[in-house]
Design a protein around this ligand. Structure first.
Ligand SMILES: [Zn+2]
Length: 312
C-alpha cells in the first residue's frame, strides 16, 4: 500500500491528477452519478472522477492511507496528456487474434502504430512509456493546447485506443491479478507528433450537402425527396443516446425504397452517410461503424420492398 501511495504521489508530482481505482482493478472507486449521495464533494452537484482527480498531496495521502490498496487512475484530460494505448490480442486463438486485412501481419497495436509512422515518413519519438500486465503499451504524449482531443477506440488502427479528455489510464505502480503497470521507458514525455494529431483531430463535416441529392419535379420525385429529407433529418437530429438506432431506422426505410426499385443503393448509402457526418465529426462512432449500421439497415429493409407508386 505504501508503494501505491508513493506511485500516486509520483504521478501527482509530475502534474498529473489522480483518483482511486478499486483495488486490483481498472474501475473507478468513486461513486457514479446514479449513486450520488449529494453531499461531501458532491454537495453542489455530482463530481465525477475527472473533476475529483487531484494533484494535492494531502488529499492523495488521505485517500491512499485509509486501509484500502487503491489502484491509481490518471485523468489524462486535466493532465494535458494524450496517451496512445497499444494493445495485443487477449486470446491468442480467439476471434480477435488476427488483424483485419488492412493490417495483415501485425501482431498488435504497436505494429500498427509503427506502420502509421512509416506511412507518415516519420519515426515515433521516444517518450515516457508504461507496459501493462497484458503486454500492451501506454505511450504518453503532451496534448497540443487549443484543441480538445477526446478518447478514440480503433480510430488510428487495429488495437490502438487513445485517452485524452473524458478518459483515464491506469497509472504505473498499479497492480491487477495479471501483473503490474510498470514504467519501461523512463524518459520525458514527448510532444504529440503532428502526423498523429492529424489523424486524431476531430474531422470537419464533409463538404457534401446534407440534404437529398435528387432534383425532380414529378409526383414520384417529390415523394422520394420528402422521404430522403425526412430520413436525413431523423439521423441528423438524433439525440446522443439514439444515434445508432436512428441511423438504423433510416437505413431500413431507405432500404425498402431501394428494394422497391425507387432509389439507387449507392445513393441511399451516400445520403445516410452524409446525414451521419455530424455524429462522425463528434466521434460518436467511427465511419466503419456507421457503414456497418447502414449496411445492416439496408439489408433489413430489402426484405420488405416498398414502391413509391404504392406509398404515394
Ligand atoms: Zn456524486
Amino acid at each position: 500500500m505504501a508503494r501505491l501511495l508513493a506511485a500516486a504521489l509520483d504521478a501527482a508530482g509530475r502534474g498529473w491528477p489522480v483518483f482511486p481505482l478499486c483495488p486490483g482493478t481498472k474501475r473507478p472507486a468513486l461513486h457514479g452519478h446514479t449513486r450520488c449521495p449529494g453531499d461531501g464533494p458532491c454537495a453542489t452537484g455530482h463530481q465525477g472522477w475527472e473533476q475529483r482527480a487531484t494533484t494535492d498531496p494531502d488529499r492523495i495521502r488521505g485517500a491512499w492511507t485509509g486501509g484500502r490498496a487503491f489502484n491509481i487512475g490518471l485523468a489524462t484530460g486535466p493532465a494535458g496528456l494524450l496517451v496512445v494505448d497499444c494493445d495485443t490480442p487477449t486470446v491468442p486463438d480467439g476471434p480477435d487474434a488476427g488483424p483485419p486485412e488492412e493490417w495483415a501481419g501485425a501482431t498488435g497495436g504497436a505494429d500498427v502504430l509503427a506502420r502509421l509512422a512509416e506511412q507518415a515518413g516519420a519515426t515515433l519519438p521516444v517518450t515516457f512509456t508504461v507496459t501493462t500486465p497484458s503486454g500492451g503499451t501506454h505511450l504518453y504524449y503532451w496534448a497540443p493546447g487549443g484543441i480538445e482531443l477526446r478518447n478514440t477506440a480503433g480510430l488510428l488502427g487495429w488495437k490502438i485506443d487513445t485517452r485524452a479528455h473524458g478518459g483515464y489510464v491506469v497509472a504505473p505502480g498499479s497492480i491487477t491479478p495479471a501483473g503490474v503497470y510498470a514504467v519501461t521507458v523512463d524518459r520525458p514525455v514527448a510532444e504529440l507528433p503532428g502526423w498523429l494529431l492529424q489523424r486524431l483531430r476531430p474531422a470537419l463535416p464533409p463538404a457534401v450537402p446534407v440534404g437529398p441529392i435528387r432534383t425532380g419535379s414529378g409526383r414520384r420525385d417529390r415523394y422520394l425527396d420528402g422521404a430522403l429529407r425526412a430520413e436525413t433529418a431523423r439521423v441528423h437530429q438524433a439525440p446522443a443516446s439514439q444515434r445508432n438506432a436512428c441511423l438504423y431506422v433510416a437505413s431500413v426505410a431507405l432500404g425498402q425504397l431501394v428494394a422497391g426499385g425507387s432509389l439507387d443503393e449507392t445513393e441511399a448509402r451516400a445520403v445516410l452517410l452524409s446525414a451521419a457526418a455530424r455524429h462522425l465529426a463528434l466521434r460518436a462512432y467511427s465511419r466503419r461503424q456507421a457503414e456497418q449500421t447502414i449496411a445492416s439497415g439496408l439489408r433489413a429493409g430489402a426484405k420488405r420492398p416498398r414502391r413509391i407508386e404504392d406509398a404515394a
